[in-house]
Ligand binder design. Structure first.
Ligand SMILES: Nc1ncnc2c1ncn2[C@@H]1O[C@H](COP(=O)(O)OP(=O)(O)OP(=O)(O)O)[C@@H](O)[C@H]1O
Ligand SMILES: [Mg+2]
Length: 199
């Protein structure tokens, strides 16, 4: 199934179950899991199986986006200060996060299909940025998020996708850069072609 999808989306428990079935170790606690270990598991999965891009959601830690073509794994999440503002706001309205996974998935599909960029596909990283930002906006917490609230950290630098050698050497400390979310467009077109499947 993974082979047929342009992007497969799962949460960390689902990811750990999937990789575990291939005897690839992966931590499953979205709050405590070392991201380098999750990224390593995704990289191994992409080496062992013909997957598309992979996205693993991590609750308040945003998501990991693994790009098949390069083997690079990025974390897309709120920056430290916005994350603190959101945590504080959610303490007053904890129910707002209900259905986050479904919202994230819908927003990712929309961004990936290019409906928000006038039909141009931008790849998995900008789609993940758009989804993280969109879920936050959907909470309607009375905050005023700007594009720089979402940051992208490189967790794993990919090599050739068939090379599994010395993956630890490619693990990165986590450089951070802000990626502006795509501008909202009102145009809508029905998604066709490759599937994005939620795990
Ligand atoms: N507490 C939070 N603060 C900020 N963003 C959040 C929070 N919880 C979830 N999100 C956002 O929603 C996305 C999806 O959430 P999550 O990882 O919890 O999905 P899920 O476990 O599949 O779904 P659900 O929890 O709805 O069953 C995350 O990637 C993140 O962008
Ligand atoms: Mg969750």
């Amino acid at each position: 199934m993974l082979a047929h999808d342009a992007v497969s989306v799962m949460n960390l428990e689902e990811c750990a179950a999937l990789t575990g079935s291939l005897e690839i170790a992966c931590p499953d606690d979205e709050i405590l899991a070392p991201l380098g270990e999750v990224a390593r598991a995704l990289q191994r999965l992409m080496v062992l199986r013909p997957t598309g891009d992979l996205v693993v959601t991590l609750g308040p830690r945003g998501c990991l986006a693994a790009e098949r073509a390069t083997g690079t794994v990025l974390q897309v999440c709120l920056g430290p200060r916005p994350a603190a503002w959101v945590r504080a706001a959610l303490r007053e309205a904890p129910g707002r996060i209900n259905g986050s996974g479904d919202r994230f998935f819908a927003l990712l599909v929309r961004a990936h299909c290019g409906t928000r960029t006038g039909g141009r596909r931008g790849g998995i990283a900008p789609a993940a940025v758009s989804a993280v930002a969109g879920v936050l906006r959907s909470y309607d917490l009375g905050l005023d998020p700007t594009p720089d609230w979402v940051v992208v950290r490189r967790i794993w630098t990919g090599g050739a996708r068939t090379r599994a050698a010395a993956p630890r050497e490619r693990e990165c400390g986590g450089s951070t850069r802000a990626v502006p979310a795509p501008r909202m467009r009102t145009a809508f077109r029905v998604a066709a072609g490759p599937l994005i499947r939620r795990g």
